[in-house]
Design a protein around this ligand. Structure first.
Ligand SMILES: NC(=O)c1ccc[n+]([C@@H]2O[C@H](COP(=O)([O-])OP(=O)(O)OC[C@H]3O[C@@H](n4cnc5c(N)ncnc54)[C@H](O)[C@@H]3O)[C@@H](O)[C@H]2O)c1
Length: 363
């Protein structure tokens, strides 16, 4: 039994975006602990990580979070003990082609979730997931801190920045008054891990190319990103929820979740490590000009989460990429997603125990 997170056992946990990349890992982990997981997502056809996991007992609701009435009804019916809001249009490139949809899902969708929280009369802890991209990016070398200016040029970043403003307004105008409710915002950087098949993301692009025996085309080989493993970030969200329960002073506060500051690596560093793990995997640099803007340098300062939550990434950059490479390799050989992902969770627990992180961060 996962001692650190036993508070989630038998609790009703509502996860929006439970079928997505992060949501599917959070759902798997919490279900494994014995939580009663309820999800809200868009219905996706065909193969995805969540569908392939076939997790028993998860109650999925498929509808659009833009529908405030439906969302309120679900909140009222479930009366969740914990809410993790992850549902979003999460891709920068897609946000240029579908900017209205991105703003409506990410900004108004978040407002609707807050409206859902407003209807609750029971005790509830909510973690609202935004992004590292909420900061006005001056491409500076230092990492952004929680009190830096909120901004965002591309529609995705701006939609998440808007969500932050809405959260702040709702917290001070309505939610703070509700003594049964505690809420915090989680801003994490680029996440990698197994089970991600999204378009226009590095790891899924690499995995698909490797599977099809084709070189992957790289847009920005020298771009650095705060890469971190999906399990480190999901653990951060759970630690934040746990800390909110015991520490009222965290109510309404934002937290960054990023790798250690020296752990900033480029796309090509990721590729080199994947090449070590995947036989015959290759890449080509794409020279064509990009018709949309994407930040080249983006760093997070996570010292607040390190200090207050005792959270830090358990995996170093190379361990995170290796665990990711192993997931795709095992999946491609075995086609057994559930076993592959549960094995990954076991590998991750092994790292936590080895580094004595498990119990140290038990706040
Ligand atoms: N993956 C990353 O590297 C990363 C980095 C920073 C922040 N984030 C944020 O983390 C969260 C999860 O990201 P992810 O990578 O798992 O995304 P994803 O694209 O894999 O999954 C998105 C999920 O949200 C659901 N969803 C999208 N629009 C919806 C709508 N209008 N109504 C209902 N459900 C909807 C989808 O069905 C899916 O379950 C998002 O809020 C994203 O912006 C992700």
């Amino acid at each position: 039994m996962d001692k650190q997170f036993k508070l989630f056992k038998n609790k009703k946990i509502l996860i929006t975006g439970h079928t997505g990349f992060k949501g599917s890992w959070l759902t798997l982990w919490l279900s494994n602990i014995g939580a009663k997981v309820y999800g809200i997502s868009l219905r996706t056809k065909g193969f995805n990580h969540f569908n392939s996991l076939r997790i028993k007992g998860v109650k999925s609701n498929y509808f659009d979070i833009k529908d405030q009435n439906k969302l309120k009804k679900v909140f009222k019916k479930i009366k969740p003990d914990f809410v993790f809001h992850l549902a979003a249009q999460a891709l920068v490139k897609h946000s240029y082609k579908n900017s209205t949809e991105t703003f409506l899902s990410n900004s108004i969708g978040t407002l609707n979730v807050l409206e859902g929280l407003k209807t609750l009369r029971n005790n509830c802890i909510a973690v609202i997931i935004t992004s590292d991209k909420v900061y006005k990016n001056f491409e500076v070398k230092r990492g952004y801190k929680e009190d830096d200016i909120i901004g965002g040029q591309d529609p995705y970043s701006a939609s998440k920045g808007c969500a932050e403003l809405i959260i702040e307004s709702y917290f001070s105008s309505f939610l703070q008054k509700n003594k049964n409710l505690r809420i915090a915002t989680a801003r994490a950087g680029n996440v990698i891990g197994g089970g991600d098949w999204s378009q226009d993301r590095l790891i899924p692009d690499c995995a698909k190319s490797w599977k099809n025996k084709k070189p992957v085309m790289l847009r920005n080989p020298n771009s650095t990103r705060p890469w971190q493993n999906v399990l480190d970030v999901v653990r951060g969200y759970m630690i934040l929820a746990k800390a909110l329960k015991t520490k009222s002073k965290l109510n309404g506060k934002p937290f960054n979740f990023g790798p250690q500051s020296k752990e900033n690596y480029s796309v090509i560093d990721v590729i080199k490590l994947l090449k070590k793990n995947w036989k015959n995997f290759n890449f080509k640099i794409q020279n064509s000009k990009k018709n949309y803007r994407e930040a080249n340098l983006l760093k997070l300062n996570s010292s607040k989460a390190n200090k207050v939550l005792k959270w830090k990434c358990a995996l170093k950059f190379n361990q995170s990429v290796e665990l990711t490479a192993k997931w795709y390799k095992n999946y491609l050989y075995s086609k057994n997603v559930k076993k592959t992902s549960l094995d990954t969770l076991k590998d991750y627990y092994y790292y936590l125990k080895k580094k004595n992180i498990f119990y140290k961060s038990d706040i």
